[in-house]
Design a protein around this ligand. Structure first.
Ligand SMILES: Cc1cc2nc3c(=O)[nH]c(=O)nc-3n(C[C@H](O)[C@H](O)[C@H](O)COP(=O)(O)O)c2cc1C
Length: 179
C-alpha cells in the first residue's frame, strides 16, 4: 500500500516524529511504500477560503510547498498524522496542510485508512480527547477509516519518548497495516 506520513512538529528530536519513524519502520518492514512529509519544515500557508481552487483545475492560488505533497495525498491508501498536541489540538503546521485538502476535497473522499500518533506533556490520557475527536470528525466526513491511535503522554523535552512502549505500539501498527 502507499503510505503517507504527515508530521507536525518542528523539533529535531521530536517525540511525535519518533512515533512516526517507528510506524514507518514497521510499514517498510511489511513491504509498504512509505513517504514522509514534515509539514513544519515546509512553507505551507493556511487556506485563504478564496475558492480559487473551485473555479479552475483544483490548483491553489498559493504557490507554495503544498504542491510537493498534493499528489502523495491523492495517491495514499493510508495517511498517518503524527503531531504534538498544542493547546489541545494538532500543530498549526499540520492543520494548515489538512485545511489545504479543501482544494482536492472532491478527489479524496473514501478509501483511505488513517492512523493518529500524538505526543503531549500532560499526564492524563484524556488530554488527547479533543485532538482525536477532531481527526475522527473530518475522517468521518471524508469517509476515511481511523484504524489506530497512539497517545503518548507525559512527554515534554525532545527525545523524552526514548524507551517508551508507545514506540513499539506505533511500530506494530505500521507492521500490521490491513487493507
Ligand atoms: C505551543 C505549545 C502548546 C502545547 N500545548 C499542550 C497541551 O495543550 N497539552 C499538553 O499536554 N502539552 C502541550 N504542549 C507540550 C507538547 O505537546 C509536548 O512537549 C510534545 O511531546 C511535543 O511533541 P514533539 O516533541 O513531537 O514536538 C504544548 C507545547 C507547545 C510548544
Amino acid at each position: 500500500m502507499h503510505v503517507l506520513v504527515l508530521t507536525g512538529s518542528h523539533r529535531r528530536h521530536s517525540n511525535s516524529s519518533a512515533l512516526a519513524e517507528k510506524f514507518i519502520e514497521g510499514a517498510t518492514t511489511a513491504g509498504h511504500q512509505v513517504k514522509r512529509f514534515d509539514c513544519a519544515l515546509h512553507n505551507i500557508g493556511g487556506c485563504l477560503g478564496c475558492n480559487f481552487c473551485k473555479k479552475g483545475d483544483g490548483s491553489c492560488c498559493q504557490k507554495d510547498d503544498f504542491a510537493l505533497v498534493r499528489q502523495d495525498i491523492l495517491d495514499a491508501d493510508v495517511i498517518v498524522f503524527a503531531s504534538p498536541i498544542y493547546y489541545y489540538g494538532l500543530s498549526a503546521q499540520l492543520k494548515a496542510v489538512i485545511d489545504r485538502f479543501y482544494a482536492i476535497d472532491e478527489k479524496i473522499h473514501g478509501h483511505k485508512h488513517v492512523y493518529l500518533l500524538l505526543s503531549y506533556a500532560d499526564t492524563a490520557l484524556s488530554t488527547a480527547d479533543a485532538s482525536e475527536t477532531h481527526v475522527r470528525a473530518f475522517c468521518q466526513y471524508l469517509d476515511w477509516n481511523v484504524k489506530g491511535v497512539v497517545r503518548a503522554h507525559s512527554l515534554t523535552a525532545e527525545n523524552d519518548i526514548q524507551g517508551r512502549p508507545e514506540l513499539e505500539n506505533a511500530y506494530a501498527m505500521g507492521l500490521n497495516l490491513a487493507r
